[in-house]
Design a protein around this ligand. Sequence first.
Ligand code: ADA
Length: 555
Amino acid sequence: MIRLFEEHRIRKQQELDDMWDFVTEDGQSFSLAVPGCWEQHPQLIKYRGKGSYTRKVYISNPTNLRLVCKGVSHTADVYFDDVFVVHHYNAFTPFSGIIKNVQPGEHTIRIEVDNSFGEHSALHIPNDYYTYGGITRPIALEEIGDVYIENILFTPKTEGSSWTGYIEVWLRNLLDIPTNTDLICRLAEMEISEKNILLEANQLKKVVLTASFENVTPWNPANPKLYMLEAKLFTGEQAVDDLRERVGFREVTWEDNRLLINGESIFLKGFNRHEDYGVIGCAIPPQLMAQDLDMMMDMGANAVRTCHYPNDERFLDLCDERGILVWEENHARGLSLEEMQNPHFEEQCKDCIDEMITNHYNHPSIFIWGILNECASETPEGREMYRKQFEQIKSLDMTRPTTFATRMHFTDVCLDLPDVVSFNIYSGWYQDVPVLGRHNDEMDWIATAGGAGKPIIVSEFGAAAIHGYRDRGHSKWSEERQVDILVENFEVYRRDDRLSGIFIWQFADCRVTEEGGWFATRARSHNNKGVVDEYRRPKEAYDVVKDWFTNWEAK
Ligand code: ADA
């Protein structure tokens, strides 16, 4: 399953979820599940390096092919019958490759995958999460004509009781000569079309259709109403291609330090969630994504932060369906200035932001774009990189606010750049200080350092507990101590109406990287601050969070 709805009813799409042949750099052969992490195999638990995935596909009629990869960790080089197709860096964003004029018969797809660390990889580095290896998200092979729909971006704008919908349809002409096509879009019982569209040779063309929608139901967390947007291409009377997207009529605004959805102020009660699961690494199937959201909603959460990278589109589809608000962010965690000055950093961040927004723009659940979690925002050089990335986001999407999670308390020089100010703070865990005093110092400083008048989010707070470690003395690492620290935070944040939201660090324990960093000192080689462990076994904190989040207003 590549999305939670049919993307195509005309275009032929073959999902390649299967067992693929896999060979490591030193020639060991395996049969591995795709999607999957190679670390699932008992002989590859800690394998870091390169490997080659291959499988056969059979094509019945002459066609162009488009191979869609939703996530390969962390670098992919794709070949079709040993001819190079496409290169991609970053495990967390989708990419595709085109193979023209394929003849009927059996063909071979080979994907060279690399999850190694080094200067070539500025974003996947030894870190407080694990960089797995493999084709870790779905992959599909599409049969396309000479002209096809590459993407659709939908922007709803409210006009009082009605809505204006701006539909950007991106068409690609694979021919070396100009051609014409007709486009018909259907949304909420409206049909909008543009006929006789001229596409120059090899052109990627944007066509913008606009329509007014009078009787649609807005999307909001309490009633997450979704609509199918269907685009079809015609050559004469024949429909030759299509693309279906799911959209919602909702607007995010931010003013006077409040975040609003369709004009209604919201308070975010959220979790940070890594894509990591005890037995399957980052290749989490939709059933278990749904279980994660069921548990978060059972605890009364209304938001989730995709720390620290763009998430699987099926997870975002589930959030759209459930009305869970999403803070999605580009891929970066805790990079020093030196690491941000890696020669590949800026390009790898730019590509990640482009792919994140181009592919996830239509999800109504995403209410904010984040960047560069706890990177060098206390330096002028770092500030220039933050500034450029916020500028890039605004060039792609003016409809959502921006933010970043800082840990540079009292020294950050970037708080004037984002629309929303967010900070990570671990009073009671890393610093044995009372939450209240440190929180007020932080909030007072933020107001003088660029955050005045802006919505403010506590993007991380929490404490570790080893699942099953109970101690009446409430010692550190006990489930009791985790509860004590979470409750002390809740008591402060519940009384502070300057806040627009809080995100617990974190939903579930996650594997961390042992190579080359302080993370190697972590118990069990895991970040143990989950409210559930990596197998989703609840700790004592589960029911305490549930009591607080579900009764927040009454607390
Ligand atoms: C930071 C970081 C998280 C995690 C957390 C922790 O705030 O953003 O990714 O590492 O600290 O558990 O220490």
